[in-house]
Design a protein around this ligand. Structure first.
Ligand code: ADP
Ligand code: MG
Length: 604
């Protein structure tokens, strides 16, 4: 086993390693550290979360910098404030015996003047979120024109959150001859694009699950209850507005049934199976090739001849009987040098099949959760924003502008944007506000922990108010850090915020009623990382009242969502669905396959 002493690290760093209590380097550290110390290369490193990536780039970075110079030499970009702070803390701990080395964190939601002041004192390493970084560059508060190293940490997450343009802008302010190191848990197409565009012949290292090399397919599984298969499928489609996919079912009957249901629900779908005439099959395949059909529901036998290159997703609505067949299915995507995703909708009792399939494909599956209604709404919202951005202006509009301007007079830009987006978005959010989220946890321990925590806290008194906030674990918060964030941002006392319950992309918390007015008015216009933070009063007073006891953690979130007052009630769900789907399937027709993954990286 390799030791830290063999990696080429200097004594001050080895001393820090000892203090940190690290015994042996992790695999990504073992591979990356010597490489980065020895040579000036660009690097793409793929490794799962929790594998010690921070040290893998942190140690070489610290060792290679000139701590005697106060110039900013290393820039680390990271997706969230929380990660930014974590990295900063780690780097500070690693460099504690390196004299004169300063690491400063730059992130939104905190005073920019304070951060500028810290930078001015001299920071060889700057750790930043893209939004705030861009802001500080444009105000001339930070100088990254002389950096030698740029690290893109959690690159896949940054792109997921729509930071592509920001990253591009930031990189354009950096010297050409720097080294760029990209760290990511996964290698979706967008990350590959970054590597290609902004990096110079990068060396690639992969740790654990092989997700590179010949295979360009990412395998994911989603655990759902047996009855939730169909709603889960819909959600996966909704969460990928530009999806172009083959959905595999086991029997002809299921294939026909799922396709019919999808069509009924307003998706552009078609069925392909052996009970159709040759003529019917040709028609379906032609529509699919022309991308008039976004979701082709097929049996294994019928799908054998599919020779379409741009398929973004393969969805295993049901698993095949033979494991071998899974390889054929997933091979329908990730063709012609493109990347693809193979999703498996699975029940808990089928879980052991995942292991067998992993062995077969020699690649690990990622455990994923069916997107929540909120997440889907968010994705659809960005999709819509993108569509607005890409829309060509119709010249005839000019004639009506004076009249339109009269009507819209007095509405400022931010408000106008909110209104425009709401015109279409409300329909979508109405549907999901009335729909229960699908419990898909295969991580029971975590839910149990949450339940315990909730029971441990004091029940809120009568004057307690429960709030909904649109940030959650996806933004890097857990209940403790969100509590800290709320208390700090709102200048509240130590115990004023309680019953903080973080979900994936949103959270709930309580305060006494006396704070409500202040909180709501504070958050009417509050932006974090360029995004509006929305806080609303939830109708459920929430939390640890008797009604929640004994229920699972997963169920609690749902009861909160259902009784919150965010949902519209008047529209019929099918109307909503077909109208919004009708639009996206239309866009599916127009878009070419290669651009169909664009919206994922291009959200903002
Ligand atoms: P990643 O960025 O890959 O998600 P981190 O760099 O955040 O992972 O590391 C996860 C945790 O593991 C941190 O608490 C870090 O201090 C710790 N860690 C990193 N390297 C080692 C090591 N070689 N031995 C033990 N713990 C380590
Ligand atoms: Mg990390």
């Amino acid at each position: 086993m390799t030791k830290f002493e063999e990696l080429g690290l200097s004594q001050p760093l080895l001393d820090a390693v000892k203090d940190m209590g690290f015994e042996t380097p992790s695999e990504v550290q073992e591979k990356a550290i010597p490489l980065l110390l020895e040579s000036e290369i660009d690097l793409v490193a793929l490794a799962q979360t929790g594998t010690g990536k921070t040290a893998a780039f942190g140690f070489p970075l610290i060792q290679k910098l000139d701590s005697a110079s106060r110039t900013t030499q290393g820039l680390i970009l990271s997706p969230t404030r929380e990660l930014c702070l974590q990295i900063t803390n780690e780097i500070q701990a690693y460099s504690k015996y390196v004299k004169g080395l300063n690491t400063v964190a730059i992130y939104g939601g905190a005073s920019i003047t304070d951060q500028a002041r810290q930078i001015k004192r001299g920071a060889q390493i700057v750790v930043a979120t893209p939004g705030r970084m861009k802001d500080m560059i444009s105000r001339g508060l930070v100088d990254i024109t002389k950096i030698d190293y740029c690290i893109l940490d959690e690159a896949d997450e940054m792109l997921n959150m729509g930071f592509f343009e920001d990253i591009k802008d930031i990189l354009s302010n950096t010297p050409k001859d720097k080294s760029t190191w990209l760290f990511s848990a996964t290698m979706p197409r967008e990350v590959a694009t970054i590597a290609k565009k902004f990096m110079n012949n990068p060396t690639e290292i992969t740790v654990g699950a092989k997700n590179a090399g010949t295979s360009t397919v990412q395998h994911e599984y989603y655990v759902v209850g047996g009855r939730d298969r169909y709603p889960a499928l819909k959600r996966l489609a909704d969460a990928n507005p530009d999806i172009f996919s083959v959905v595999f079912c086991r029997t002809k009957r299921d294939t026909q049934r799922v396709a019919e249901k999808l069509i009924e629900d307003g998706y552009s779908a078609g069925a392909l199976h052996g009970d159709l005439s040759q003529n019917q099959r040709d028609l379906v395949m032609n529509s699919f090739r022309k991308k008039q059909i976004q979701m082709l529901v097929a049996t294994d036998v019928a799908a054998r001849g599919i020779d379409v290159d741009d398929i973004t997703h393969v969805i295993n609505y049901q698993l095949p009987d033979e494991i071998e067949t899974y390889t054929h299915r997933s091979g329908r995507t990730g063709r012609a040098g493109k990347s693809g995703i193979s999703m498996v909708i699975i029940t808990r009792s089928e879980m052991r099949k995942i292991n067998a399939m992993e062995k077969k494909i020699q690649q690990a599956f990622l455990s994923k959760k069916i997107p929540t209604g909120i997440e889907i709404c968010e994705i659809q919202l960005y999709h819509l924003a993108n569509k607005i951005k890409d829309t060509k202006i119709n010249k005839d509009v000019e004639n009506y502008l004076p009249a339109i301007n009269d009507v819209l007079e007095g509405i400022d830009r931010d408000e106008l944007i909110k209104k425009i987006v709401s015109v279409e978005f409300t329909r979508f959010s109405n549907y999901y506000n009335k729909t229960k989220d699908i419990s898909s946890s295969d991580d029971r321990g975590r839910d149990r922990e949450r339940g315990d925590r909730d029971r441990g806290e004091n029940a809120p008194s009568n004057g307690s108010v429960r709030y909904f906030i649109n940030v959650g674990e996806k933004d890097g918060y857990d209940w403790m850090s969100l509590k800290d964030f709320l208390r700090d941002t709102l200048s509240l006392g130590k115990d004023d915020v309680y019953k903080v319950d973080t979900k994936d992309s949103f959270s709930f918390f309580n305060t006494e009623a006396e704070h409500t007015e202040q909180i709501l008015s504070f958050f009417t216009d509050f932006k974090l990382e360029g995004r509006f933070i929305n806080v609303e009063v939830s109708k459920n007073p929430g939390g640890s009242g008797g009604g929640n006891r004994g229920r699972s953690g997963g169920g609690r979130g749902r009861s909160d969502r259902d009784s919150s007052d965010r949902g519209g009630r008047s529209r019929s769900r099918d109307n909503n669905r077909s109208s919004s789907r009708g639009k996206s399937s239309h866009s599916g027709k127009r878009r070419s396959g290669s651009s169909s993954s664009k919206s994922r990286s291009d959200f903002f």
